[in-house]
Design a protein around this ligand. Structure first.
Ligand code: PEP
Ligand code: MG
Length: 883
């Protein structure tokens, strides 16, 4: 049987799926005896039914709703639509997962031309009554009839320009707003509160399907099937005079995690004033000044709430004539840094167990601690100061329009979105921007909450900053900055700086170290890093990597001079020329490996033999052709013979290069002469690399460094390829050891990057000592998706829901995952001691890590800065599925 409506008194906090977070929180607080205005929740099941039944509200739902309204009338002794003592309600959305500001709210529902008089009479404050009515009309117009919000707010702002309005002026304003709504919607706002409620509930249901809500769900991996609940709650008024007000508070500081009440309070105001950022509120301490008793009561309630939910809470409250009411409680959004401190503190306070503390921090959040901080220069100019809403530091060019932010970011530009305030309609622009700056609003405004949720640097409430959208510039403290100019945002201090100021990685604090040390108590997989130079390897060690899982040796040749030697080797027309080039490369490689072994003293270092898809290393054909044409032009205008000779020589060299480019050009280089295929054709390349590895290893071993080289053969399809390369590795190793009079332990293994390798893993494991799944290539070769081209259309697949996520970011469990399971199983069946890991990008993706853990892999390897994420994700995986 479908449960469509549940009163707060009958619900409970465990019913989140059915009642949404808000409904469940209110029911929980009601049951626990906190002061909550009475109300009821229309369930997510009712919303699901609405969407299933052609988006109409069912008769049953309406019957149940009316019963609850009657109960509400009885408990409040007020009448819905009654003139003497009118019942007014708020109607708010609330899904099981918090989606702040993404959906809609209507306040003061129940007001009409008659009940407003009743409210005026009852409160003795006609101005307040009409202002409440004005607010209702405006919200209803926007949400139910889709009137663009600026249209109505501009009318109100204009009316208020010349000072406070009295009741008569508000009444005129209400009439004007109603006319505009009716003109736009070709329908009037109904007078009957029940009709108002019916339309409002439908509109909240509809808001589940609006663009910003869908975007938010995509970005946060929230299922479309959850649907939203609607809470209907009797109104209390924070705007009923001086002993009233409204606020939002976090039980701990959501920026730093410090255990103090943190939030904002606005006297004589309704909640929407705070959330919309239209008026800048006071810090919560202001409440202590003006209403010390209420502040004490709030402090006590929030402590109890936190202990009850065992998590930091974000509460909304209203004070109506000195009486405190709780309107919402939910787990508070927080920065990654705060999440870590709160977890560690709560474990120390014995509110959480160590395992729960670890589980309370989602792995992606740790990355934020690694975010850059701004390094000011002596001439750094501060152009604006506001509130530090979300930490980090980022520079970018100024844009004012969210669509433009998306466009420029897609073109590879770093952008900073600057707005007077943001609304949920700007969400896509905020996603695209490196940082967000707003002129108005507080630390709980839309911009602040959303940016913090995304871990994006954000400064809000910059006094003195004004955006002129028409002119595409902003003024701030006497400075004018136009679209396209660079600024830098310091989310740690709340300042906006002129130009592109450098940034550096931040220090990791003790809370971070403590949490990370706990992850190591739970995780069972090893975490290694993909690093190609000693600097990255050292960073990886600092961040807790337990070895190198992938050193891409071709990356060691990216630098300018080295790439020339590499190209020479690739393009060598014969064995002699190749030997020359290899002789140049060998000492360079040896020195590189020494550097890696030094940093990784005592830890394994997996070195992959050369795997250059040739097109990545050859000069570009079109550029070479243009260069030759240019040289020819210069000959035509050259006067001196010596100059002509020089140019002719250069042309000859370029033409040689062009001939090699053409000789080596492949229709599909990703499936071409790369990986071990190169070493099979040119064994001397493998020999050179292996000599460099083992010479470096013995040199280090002689100095007392503990080296654990693991030589990895790339892109194997046939076990015979592996055997042929393995033989070279072992032969050269023995030669080097004999020469040095010293040997070191080492392993030879392979990457599994092709479906054939996974399927014939048993044969390969006959001699390989380890497997490392190269899930980048394995995804490419399994799905037949080009790594280089898929980004042109895959995002569209995700948007259309054809696939849930990009398989290059998060492993395709059904397809690629099956091959990983098969490869592991078949490999271990032959060689039970086979070590199996992953070194594709998926090694740093929490969802993929969970799968790798369940598959029983020994380790994952990912880029250095994702190592902490992988450590935490691996601990989560182990806690969720112990093996
Ligand atoms: C892979 O294919 O997953 C891999 C790690 O190798 P690369 O990305 O260098 O091709
Ligand atoms: Mg690969």
């Amino acid at each position: 049987m479908t449960t469509r409506v549940v009163s707060f008194a009958d619900g409970g906090e465990e019913m989140k799926e059915l009642l949404g977070g808000k409904g469940a929180g209110l029911a929980g607080m009601t049951k626990a005896g906190f002061p909550v205005p009475p109300g009821f929740t229309i369930t997510t099941d009712a919303c699901r039914e609405y969407y299933a039944e052609d988006r109409v509200l069912s008769g049953e739902l309406w019957k149940d709703t009316n019963n609850e309204i009657a109960a509400l009338e009885a408990s409040t002794k007020k009448t819905f639509g009654g003139v003497e003592n009118p019942l007014l309600v708020s109607v708010r959305s609330g899904a099981a997962v918090s989606m702040p500001g993404m959906m809609d709210t209507i306040l003061n529902l129940g007001l009409n031309d008659a009940t407003v008089e009743g409210l005026a009479e009852l409160t003795g404050d006609p101005t307040f009554a009409w202002e409440s009515y004005r607010r209702f009309v405006q919200m209803f117009g926007e949400i139910v009839f889709d009137v663009p919000s600026d249209r109505l707010s501009q009318i109100t702002e204009r009316a208020k320009q010349d000072g406070a309005l009295d009741a008569t002026a508000y009444a005129a304003l209400v009439r004007r707003l109603k006319d505009v709504v009716a003109g736009y919607a070709k329908a009037s706002i109904p007078d009957d509160p029940r009709d108002q409620l019916r339309l409002a509930v439908g509109a909240v249901f509809e808001s589940w399907g609006n663009r910003r809500a869908i975007d938010y769900r995509r970005m946060n991996d929230i299922s479309d099937d959850l649907f939203t609940a609607v809470t209907v709650q009797s109104m209390v008024f924070g705007n009923s005079g001086e002993s009233s007000g409204t606020g939002v508070a976090f039980t701990r500081n959501p920026m730093t995690g410090e255990p103090v009440l943190y939030g904002e309070f606005l006297e004589n105001a309704q909640g929407e004033d705070v959330v919309a950022g239209l008026r800048t509120p006071e810090p919560i301490a202001a409440l202590e000044q003006v209403m010390p008793e209420v502040f004490a009561q709030l402090s006590e309630i929030t402590l109890r709430l936190e202990a009850h939910y065992r998590d930091m809470q974000d509460v909304e409250f209203t004070v109506e004539r000195g009486n405190l009411y709780m309107l919402q409680t939910r787990s508070g959004k927080r920065t990654g840094r705060a999440a870590i401190r709160i977890a560690v503190d709560m474990v120390n306070e014995e509110l959480l167990t160590k395992a729960e503390g670890v589980q309370s921090v989602s792995p992606g959040r740790v990355e934020e601690l690694l975010h850059p901080v701004v390094v000011r220069q002596p001439d750094t100019e501060i152009i604006a100061s506001g509130l530090p809403a979300s930490p980090g530091g980022a520079a970018g060019v100024v844009v004012f329009d969210p669509d433009e932010a998306v466009e420029l970011a897609a073109a590879g530009m770093a952008v900073v979105l600057v707005r007077n305030e943001t609304s949920p309609d700007d969400f896509h622009g905020m996603v695209a921007a490196e940082a967000i700056v707003t002129a108005r609003g507080g630390v709980t405004s839309h911009a602040a909450v959303v940016a913090r949720g995304m871990g994006k640097c954000c400064v809000v409430g910059c006094a003195g900053l004004r955006v002129d959208y028409a002119e595409q510039l902003f003024h701030s403290n006497g400075v004018t900055i136009s679209k396209g100019e660079w600024i830098t945002v310091d989310g740690n201090t709340g300042e906006v700086l002129a130009g592109q100021v450098p940034t550096v990685e931040p220090e990791l604090d003790d809370y971070y170290e403590t949490l990370m040390s706990w992850t190591d108590e739970f995780k069972t997989m090893g975490i290694r890093a993909n690093a190609d130079n000693p600097t990255d390897a050292a960073a990886a060690r600092r961040l807790g990597a337990e070895g190198i899982g992938l050193c891409r040796t071709e990356h060691m040749f990216f630098e300018a001079e080295r790439i020339e030697a590499m190209r020479e080797m690739i393009m060598a027309p014969n064995a002699i020329a190749r030997a020359d080039a290899l002789a140049k490369l060998e000492p360079v490689q040896t020195a590189d490996f020494v550097g890696m072994f030094e940093v990784m003293d005592g830890y394994p270092v997996t070195i992959r033999l050369l795997d250059p898809p040739l097109h990545e290393f050859l000069p570009r054909r079109d550029e070479t052709v243009n260069h030759i044409a240019d040289l020819k032009l210069r000959i035509a205008s050259a006067k001196k013979l010596s100059k002509i000779d020089k140019l002719l020589n250069e042309i000859q060299e370029r033409e040689f290069v062009l001939a090699q480019i053409e000789r080596l050009s492949e229709s599909n280089p990703m499936l071409g002469h790369r990986g071990c295929r190169l070493g099979i054709t040119y064994p001397e390349i493998t020999e050179m690399q292996v000599r460099a590895i083992f010479n470096a290893a013995v040199q280090c071993a002689e100095r007392g460094i503990v080296v654990k080289p693991e030589v990895m053969i790339p892109l194997v399809a046939f076990s015979s390829e592996f055997l042929a390369q393995e033989e070279i590795v072992r032969t050269v190793a023995e030669e080097v050891f004999a020469q040095a009079g010293l040997s070191v332990e080492y392993q030879v293994g392979t990457m599994i990057e092709l479906p054939r390798a996974a399927l014939t893993a048993g044969e390969i494991a006959g001699s390989a000592e380890f497997f490392s799944f190269g899930t980048n290539d394995l995804t490419q070769s399994t799905a037949g998706l080009s790594r280089d081209d898929a980004s042109r259309f895959l995002p569209g697949y995700v948007r259309r829901g054809l696939i849930e996520r990009d398989p290059f970011q998060s492993v395709d469990i059904e397809g690629v995952g099956s091959l990983i399971e098969i490869g592991t199983e078949r490999g271990r069946a032959v060689n039970p001691g086979l070590k199996v890991g992953v070194c594709g990008e998926h090694g740093g993706d929490p969802r993929s890590i969970d799968f790798f853990h369940k598959t029983g892999l020994d380790y994952v390897s990912c880029s250095a800065y994702r190592v902490p994420v992988a450590r935490l994700a691996s601990a989560h995986a182990a806690l969720a599925s112990p093996i």
